[in-house]
Design a protein around this ligand. Sequence first.
Ligand SMILES: [Zn+2]
Length: 544
Amino acid sequence: MQFRLTLAAVLTVVSAASAAQAISPPRIVVAISVDQFSADLFAEYRPLFTAGLKRLQTGIVFPDGYQSHAATETCPGHATILTGSHPARTGIIANEWYDQSLARADKKVYCAEDPTVPGSSSTNTTASVYFLKVPTLGDRMKAADPRSRVVSVAGKDRAAIMLGGHAIDQAWFWNGKSYVTLRGVAPPAPAIIEQVNAGVAVTIAKDETPALPEACRSHSSALAVGDKNVGVLHVRKGGDWAAFRTSLAFDHATTDIAIGLIRDLHLGSGAAPDLLAIGLSATDYVGHTFGTEGAEMCAQLLGVDANVGRILAALDATHQPYLVVLTADHGGHDLPERVKMHAVPDAARVDASLLPGSMSKELATEFNLPDPVLLGVSPFGDIYLARTVPDDLRKRVLAAAKAHYLAHPQVAAVFTADELRRMPAPSGPVDEWSLADRFRASFDPDRSGDLLVASKPHVTPIVGWDGYLATHGSPWNYDRRVPILFYQPGIAGFEQALPVETVDILPTLAALIHLPIPAAEIDGRCLDLDGGEGDTCLDVASSR
Ligand SMILES: [Zn+2]
């Protein structure tokens, strides 16, 4: 009797705790991707946030999320977030790759183009979801109930498209001159689009002198790199359209569109839940242009904090239950000159002999073949054997290419397509995956290279200082690790330091809106967001 009383008392306590922590099924599911927002930047800046990124930290914090695959670029990264799948399954293996079967002269493809559009090339693209092989959360929501609306807004077309998917109702992204939508979507555009485009044109026409936030004072230190000066805030000259992308005005404009669409489309008030995807792209341009450890990145991240705060306020104003997940498409690290000064002396720029053009020439001479023998977008990642190499030589040329790469001190490993094709899909803790596992998760036998080349850690695959100074894209953890934060007002928060994956986001969100996802269709697992005895994954578990 006494035992039963005790048990009843315990159960009462547990159920009371569960009630306080229960997550309301969201009417608006919001996914925010902050381009190049590495777990390292989150760790460095999280105490400084005062607005949206502070509020999100009262929710559920996974500080050690992984874009698990090797090709840590924008397109593959965005494609994992709402598909639950690694690039091996999404088919989005890189930002650009080679497809030598294409009828057009240009055999390079851009991940978010439709190469069947006449007259298109990898530089003159038509934005499209053509290459994405799997459904997104939005696609699945619309299949379950066509009344769900899918809205995707981003600075980059590939972010808006890979987050949104095949059945986007509203897609908006910056094309270098204005925010535009997908081909075939007829006007009228929502009023907010014209307003923001007009405002951006006025902003760009004027000089902008950014003020150094007090919190960024310690990050402000000038560093000369080539003929450039980084580390301190810069005046943006009126009329400099390219510089708009590294200014605070860029994410601000993208956020304005998202907020306008939340309000004007009355997101969350329909008969079925809606999806809003937001890609804040400026952090990536700041990282590439100035590196990650100067005043530029500090000011940028405080800007992201403010914009996320504005998005949360707009969601609050709907008076609908919503749930936000915030993550990133990949990590990143600083420019090698400053990494070197900051206690990592082996940081370096890639040796020019590793450029695909140089490697190709070397092999062309060796085998007396017409150049190109090899095709590749960058020194590392997917390298393709040209179709012009005769059948009887292909094995030998490939073996020679592999040997050339492996002989270079900046190369960590080279995998052949055959080796990766024979490997099982990786499993086990994602932070312990082998280099081969990471490449296997990026490998699509239809699209990947004949060789996959891994750089040594801390090698920046940019030779000089003419263009971008810093980048990501390596299989190393500084490029793989991203924060993953879930938030709903009133949610009982917790922090879980153990690694999770961005492919876990889709099943986690789907469970909250009771959308069954067959486990065999995805690579991720549902994360239980109930910090108590409850389990927000039960619906998904029972569907398996
Ligand atoms: Zn990116």
